[in-house]
Design a protein around this ligand. Sequence first.
Ligand code: VG1
Ligand code: CO
Length: 581
Amino acid sequence: MVKYSAPTVVKTAAYQDQKPGTSGLRKPTKIFLEKENYTANFVQSIISALPLERKGKVLIVGGDGRFYGPEAVDLIVRIAIANGVTNLTIGQHSILSTPAVSNLIRRRAPNCLGGIILTASHNPGGPDGDFGIKFNIPNGGPAPDAVTNNIYEISKQLGEYKICQDVPTIDLANVGVTEFEVDTIGPVRVDVIDSVEDYVQLMKEIFDFNLLRDFLSSFPVVINAMHGVTGPYVKRIFQQELAQTTPNPNSLYLNTVPLPDFGGHHPDPNQTYAADLVKILKDNPTKYGFGAAYDGDGDRNMLLGAGGFFVTPSDSLAVLAANLNAIPYFNKPNGIKGLARSMPTSGAVDRVGKKLGFTVYEVPTGWKYFGNLMDAGQLSLCGEESFGTGSDHIREKDGIWASLAFLTVLASKKTSVKDLLENHWKEFGRNYFLRLDYENVDGTKANQMIGELEKKIMSTPKEQLTKEIIDAVKTSSIKDPSLEKYKVDATDNFEFTDLIDGSVAKGQGLRIMFANGFGRMVWRLSGTGSSGATIRVYLEKCDDEHVTGDALVVLDDLVKASLAISRLQAVVGVDTPTVIT
Ligand code: VG1
Ligand code: CO
């Protein structure tokens, strides 16, 4: 075996800003490229946080195909080996979706150290876009706060990193195994694997591909990979596996080639950024019965019905919860153990849990908070309003899985998306939901607004808050608001204690809850942005009788109330959201 020289130690200056947010470290690509050792420092910090027992254990590495990914992979290989990691598994072309990494980690357990995912998810990519680095732990899930805090602490004090300068650059274009020896480290093995194979196997274990294949043969769909990582997965699963015996030439697959800059777009599956998909469905209302789009790293999904009928992620979670028995995976022996949602996600799933007898857990925003419940065998299906849906088949949200799950429900119920939703609302009642995003606002002002709002909702008497809300509601399309309906019941800043390990997450979102389950307003600052601040406002109202209204019309009262109560315009200087979901 070829032998390379021992690792070298490189002196470096620590950075103080490498704090992972809701999901990994995300910054403008320029920072990773131009600040000296910025990537190397963070990678060393991740590796330093790993257990010292590294020999013979594998580290998974892959990303969403964005600009600078392959260079970062090369650096990770060199730094990991220099720190005693002797086995690495990398996706071909450095491509692995976030759910695929989670699956690979779990398949390699217990001999896996975790995975490093090179992605800034739905943020734009390219030299002028964003880059990101995320670490997943051996259960396959995003590193919890205790781990990311440790990585951050290490990064702030880092004085040097270790690197293997002369080992060969791994050929990422071809699947294969590279073996060599490194002085003082020993034998090393690097596998470049097919990016989709293991994931496809998993999907086949979960779903009935025969059922889906038959169904899709007469039910044309439009799938939009948005030039993100899901392209190869869409091609293999939808265009090959699910079309083998009964090709469905009528279905349409958009943007299935991963591009380093996502074609210059936001790889963010919402109605604004996946407008091409929405338009095709609207223009061809009788041709296509279903549409789906995924984000850059493949963990998010947007689902649409014929004519562009929009399914809110909160509702798709509830519909799946009500129909899980249609999916083979959730029949025995796995069964359905419990349901969960992030705090801002609507309570639609709570209604299902209540009626069908499943516990519904509420956790802060971010997939890392679901992992412990799943590991403890208490949670089967969970979701976030931010286009995230998933189950305990892995420890990440999973875009392709979500669309296969939804299609399975459609296939077994033999119904359209719109009918499925409307019948669901008639049975369970409806939670009207809107999220307003005020993106890229001034960070200081956004913090000021949240600070002042917290003081206000915690110290103003509830009757006074109710009055202020009613005054604002009077300016909306709802003319005679009753004091009864808008009565403020409780206010807080959401705090969460993990049921399994007792860890506490504070300050997870300001909430005003109305009496009698009428609805609520929630404010929080995004933790995934790379510059400035993004304020998210979540509005929700429940209705058991009128279930087919338009959320934008029905929630006009709370839109006005949220603006008035938060003083958004006065403090931050904006009053029109950049994205409405
Ligand atoms: C957002 C979403 C959150 C999601 C996170 C990561 O976080 O609100 O629900 O888990 O993105 O998703 P924030 O802090 O910006 O609100 V992804 O697809 O970027 O990994
Ligand atoms: Co994502």
